[in-house]
Ligand binder design. Structure first.
Ligand code: NAG
Length: 92
C-alpha cells in the first residue's frame, strides 16, 4: 500500500498484508473514523495464484489508526461482481 502524507507530501510504503489477498481494480472509501472500506475488484489469494473477482458481500477493512486489516460480511441483495467502478460515501 502506498501512502501519501498530505501534511509533508511524502510517500511511504506499507507492506503488512498478513493473510489478506492482494487486491486490484477494487473500490475504496475512507470512513470518518479512519477505516478504509475495500469493495469488489479482483484478488490474488496467494502469490502466483490466478486473480479472481471478489464477492461484493466480502468487505475488507483497513484501519488507518491501528494499521490492522479485518473483514466484514455484508448482507442484503445480490450485487453483480465488478471491477473498475466507483462509489460515493454518504450519510443517509
Ligand atoms: C464471513 O462468512 C464466511 C462464510 O461464508 C465465514 O467463514 C467468515 O468467518 C465470515 N467472516 C466474518 C468476518 O464474519
Amino acid at each position: 500500500m502506498s501512502i501519501l502524507n498530505t501534511v509533508s507530501y511524502t510517500w511511504t510504503t506499507y507492506r503488512k498484508l498478513g493473510n489478506f489477498p492482494i487486491n486490484s481494480e477494487h473500490n475504496a472509501n475512507i470512513l470518518p473514523n479512519g477505516v478504509i472500506v475495500y469493495i469488489g475488484g479482483i484478488e490474488q489469494v496467494f502469490y502466483g495464484a490466478t486473480f479472481t473477482l471478489v464477492n461484493m458481500h466480502k468487505i475488507k477493512l483497513f484501519n488507518t489508526n491501528t494499521l490492522e486489516w479485518s473483514r466484514k460480511n455484508a448482507t442484503g441483495v445480490e450485487i453483480d461482481l465488478r471491477l473498475y467502478f466507483s462509489s460515493v460515501l454518504s450519510e443517509l
